[in-house]
Design a protein around this ligand. Structure first.
Ligand SMILES: [Zn+2]
Length: 485
């Protein structure tokens, strides 16, 4: 009783009411000392106080980080298999998909987000996944990762993802490949990959969001979180690109036709049955499925590519192994030391230099900063855009000399495409880096029936003092429909 009373004095009534005096002692350094003194001499030495540990219920093997409800479908066939093997999985969504379509009802925007959150939870529940969080970012329809990161409140979203990584302590992180490609190329998908990569490199660093790793020392100090730093061991990506060539052999590959021990069905079927819960996104498709028997479903899915192999790209492994090793190869339970990423910024190359800016220069710097220079990315950069819209070529104009310099910009374009602004002379001050842009009106689609043309090259040239100071080439594919640049 004496122990209880003393503890109450330090920790407050709540702990006493719920009857967890011992837990309170474990939490509070000062409380423990007093409690041991109170218990007195020999018995205190014999019985070491038990310190509380992180909540084991939330420790996972795999943390999946995606952007929208239904994105998890990119990995559910593999997740079903991993769960069969006893792995624990948690999922983080960047947004609630509030800008998506709605094939079921009239709800849009915030109301649609509220529905899609439940669809995601129900879809994951079919696989036995219940640990699901949403970062609360705004669904942002563009191909520009920087727009998505801005609209998700990058700093706040990263803080929450680092918190969730420290809470769930994943061995492996799975996410979208951070990069820009011809494909759906959704900026939100890319943002999920960027945040997951940043959190992978930061969650183990005790100086990052230190309030999360500090423990409350006093009563009424509810701002410190008592998490432990955590360094995940591997990060793998799945691309949001049309092309497959540059991802081959860059990571492990799995057949989704293997039969699940638990459901006795192939893993692609687990993925499909989970996807059926996203009715706002695919009601027509789900209605058709509901009228089919298993054999008809199998025939349709084979044609739609649901049964093709699932391939991941290895981002990095801190436990060694080969690129195409199975995901859990080399992973043993227990923490590994935090590795701070070494990073140096490349010095400017010439006196005056013009380079591609926007998401492309961001990704070049991002890959260097996170030791991901091996990640596949298209060379030259590529993008798919809607016919008749505008291509903006963002540029950095760097002048490392002590005098202002004049730079002349010009563009070489496919026939029928025209420069609407940005070509001609620009002046950049001494030791300045300035941003500019060349805007190009795109032509019309020639192959209307197919809905897309072959890729065509756009070249922007920069000259200063009659010599070339930069050449930016982009491959552009015209489509009937595409997200804005
Ligand atoms: Zn998505």
């Amino acid at each position: 009783m004496r122990l209880r009373r003393i503890v109450m004095g330090h920790c407050g009534a709540t702990a006493a009411i719920v009857g967890v005096a011992a837990a309170c002692v474990g939490l509070m350094g000062a409380g423990r000392t007093i409690a041991q003194d109170a218990a007195g001499g020999a018995s205190a030495k014999a019985q070491a106080a038990e310190l509380r540990e992180p909540d084991a219920r939330y420790k996972v093997d795999i943390l999946l980080v995606v952007a929208h409800p239904d994105d998890e479908g990119a990995a559910t066939a593999y997740l079903a298999r991993a769960i069969d093997e006893g792995k624990h999985v948690a999922v983080v969504y960047g947004t609630r998909g509030n800008n998506g379509g709605n094939e079921v009802g009239t709800e849009q925007a915030g109301a649609l987000g509220a529905i899609r959150e439940i669809e995601a939870r129900r879809a994951l529940a079919t696989l036995g996944i219940a640990d699901v969080w949403f970062l609360g970012g705004q669904d942002t329809a563009s191909q520009d990762v920087l727009q998505s990161l801005a609209n998700w409140q990058h700093g706040a979203a990263l803080e929450q993802l680092v918190r969730l990584m420290r809470l769930t302590r994943p061995e492996v992180v799975l996410t979208f490949l951070p990069g820009t490609f011809i494909g759906e190329d959704h900026g939100d998908h890319q943002a999920a990959g960027v945040l997951a990569t940043e959190a992978f490199d930061l969650a183990g660093d005790p100086t990052v969001f230190p309030n999360q790793v500090a423990e409350p020392l006093r009563r009424l100090e509810p701002y410190l979180e008592g998490l432990r730093p955590w360094q995940p061991k591997k990060i793998y990506y799945f691309p949001d690109a049309d092309r497959e060539d540059i991802f081959k052999g860059k990571g492990p590959s799995f057949s989704v036709k293997e039969i699940s021990k638990s459901s006795k069905k192939p893993y692609w079927r687990a993925s499909l049955d989970s996807f059926r819960l996203h009715e706002t996104q695919a009601k027509g498709f789900v209605d058709r499925l509901n009228k089919m028997d298993d054999a008809e479903i199998e025939k349709m899915m084979a044609a739609d590519g649901w049964a093709s192999d699932q391939t991941f790209v290895l981002g990095k492994s801190l436990v060694g192994g080969a690129t195409t090793d199975p995901i859990f190869a080399g992973i043993e339970s227990g923490a590994i030391p935090f590795r701070r990423a070494a990073f140096s910024v490349e010095a400017p190359k010439g006196d005056v230099e013009v380079t591609l800016a926007g998401p492309w220069s961001f990704y070049a710097e991002f890959r260097a900063a996170h030791q991901l220079t091996h990640l596949p990315h298209p060379k030259p950069p590529e993008i798919a855009l809607q016919e008749g819209t505008t291509l903006i070529v963002p540029l950095w104009v760097r002048n490392s000399t002590g005098e202002a310099r004049e730079v002349t910009l010009s563009a070489e374009l496919p026939s029928g495409w025209t420069v609407t602004s940005g070509a001609g002379k620009v002046k950049v001050g001494a030791n300045q880096t300035a941003g500019t842009r060349v805007e190009i009106a795109l032509g019309a689609l020639s192959d209307k029936a197919k809905g897309r043309d072959g890729v065509q090259a756009v070249t922007v040239r920069a000259e200063s003092g009659e010599k070339s100071v930069g050449e930016v080439v982009m491959k552009v594919e015209l489509r009937k429909k595409a997200l804005p640049e």
